[in-house]
Design a protein around this ligand. Sequence first.
Ligand code: MRU
Length: 329
Amino acid sequence: MIDQRRLPREQVFVTCGTYQEMADAITTMVIRGAPAIGVAAAMGVALGIQQGADFDTVCSTLAATRPTAVNLFWAIDRMKTLRATLNGASRETIVLRMIEESQQIRLEDIAICKAIGKHGASLVPDGRTVLTHCNAGALATAGYGTALGVIRAAVEAGKKIDVFADETRPFLQGARLTAWELQQDHIPTTLITDNMAGHFLRSGRIGCVVVGADRIAANGDVANKIGTYSVAVLAKENGVPFYVAAPVSTFDLTLESGDQIPIEQRAASEVTEMFGVPVAPENIAVQNPAFDITPSRYVTAIICEHGVARAPFKQSLGALAGGAKKVNA
Ligand code: MRU
């Protein structure tokens, strides 16, 4: 995997040979983004099986890496379900099947992102600017992206759009990753700091906002990168549609509302330092929640691989998650 901490300055690839290395890569954000950490966790489980490690320890180690994105737990559960069907099989067969399953999850994720793009492209107004927050692109998935998948599909459909990317303090996923990804694809992109979003939403320039998600509760509340909530409120205030693009594996319909979603707290140094250089006085108190909850009343629609859900989300999300046909890799 590409080491996302070092982008855009250098493209360095990291190889994980053990489940412990995979868990470390997820915790330290070598790889990040909800669907991508799901794929990584599945591959971590396969590595653990290959190492002959205790299965429960492998699963609990990977599950303890990051708490908010539900795709991580979804992927581990899928690997557990397969493992349970292989009792009595030879060690060779178990290793092979677990590796195959993790690769299948990876391939499915690319197909799912393409399907999200197809459903979302028609919602993007032609000739306008799309605002996005954080990175919900190819880097955050197995490829193509969710929010950036919608943008890519709109461009592929011939729409003349450009993108405003919020820099996304404190980890700078927007500046370092989204700006880099879209530039590679020659999609016209303008980088803004997070506190400029309200100004541009009010200006009439932004045609819609498209973001990804880390977990979506049954009532349509959305956990996504810190700062998403402010963008959603400002979008509604200014009459700009706010779209969330995410696979069904990001839905957590066991949770009634976003209040039940665990929010990861990260190190104070992410706020007090930039690339190792202090930008705040020593010993200042710091809060660093990595995600926030956007209540569903601010969400115009949720785009998944099976279609587009609108309020009331309790019904529409349930129907899309349960009744829809499978997207094949
Ligand atoms: O902390 P990160 O970088 O893993 O957070 C990523 C996000 O919040 C993304 O918007 C989300 O995971 C969707 S990625 C398709």
